[in-house]
Design a protein around this ligand. Structure first.
Ligand code: TMP
Length: 213
């Protein structure tokens, strides 16, 4: 199964992915955890360019194509081989991030983005996508304090520096994507304690696994 996690900054994706990986491993499944941008060797170089505050001058279209390049490399080198090997792949962000951030956030055409995503992935779509949903004010506060703790504010702070209005558009983008594709995308409220949030994540995953067979 291929499961992706989405949401604005500070929703706790990393924590939920860790909890789900533990749970699946306990059930005897082999799990691969990966992420975009930066899930491949080349992708890690692209991630540095994409998230640094020092590349504020990156224009919207150049940003888009770097995310797509990261995705094409990641799918070919990491995701498809892991799925072919029978692993459950848990991926922190995927195609929906591009529609939400570059589409709803930056204003690029969502239809164009869907086509380009398809080219980048060769048509690979997740079996389940969990959108962790939170008020952007709470999410950004969490993300900024995490960045201060880890010292990531200069190396990975480009999106956290965007306005609250930008993140509100991204959040609405995710909710619109979920409304249009309720079979694949589940929205989970992310403002509760991590264990409570995980109960919903786990239920969505079990339901998708039963569907997947
Ligand atoms: P994160 O991995 O720490 O969540 O940060 C990745 C950032 O990149 C996040 O702010 C969202 C952004 N992003 C896009 O704008 N478009 C994309 O396609 C992807 C994968 C991420």
């Amino acid at each position: 199964m291929f499961v992706t996690f989405e949401g604005i900054e500070g929703t706790g994706k990393t924590t939920q992915i860790g909890l789900l990986a533990e749970d699946l491993t306990r059930q005897g499944k082999r799990v691969a955890i990966t992420r975009e941008p930066g899930g491949s060797r080349i992708g890690r170089e692209l991630r540095r360019i994409l998230l640094s505050l020092e590349t504020k001058d990156l224009c919207d279209r150049a940003e888009l194509f770097l995310y797509l390049a990261d995705r094409a490399q990641h799918v070919a080198e990491v995701v498809r081989p892991a799925l072919a090997d029978g692993m459950t792949v848990l991926c922190d962000r995927f195609t929906d991030s591009t529609v939400a951030y570059q589409g709803h956030g930056r204003g690029l055409s969502p239809d164009l983005l869907r086509q380009l995503n398809d080219t980048a992935t060769g048509g690979l779509a997740p079996d389940l996508t969990i959108v962790l949903d939170i008020d952007p004010e709470i999410g950004l506060r969490r993300a900024l304090s995490r960045n201060l703790e880890t010292g990531a504010q200069v190396s990975e702070g480009r999106f956290e520096a965007e306005s609250l209005a930008f993140h509100a558009r991204v959040r609405q983008g995710y909710l619109a994507l979920a409304a249009a594709d309720p079979g694949r995308i589940r929205v989970v409220a992310a403002d509760a304690a991590p264990r409570e949030v995980f109960a919903s994540v786990r239920a969505a995953c079990q339901e998708a696994a039963a569907r997947h067979g």
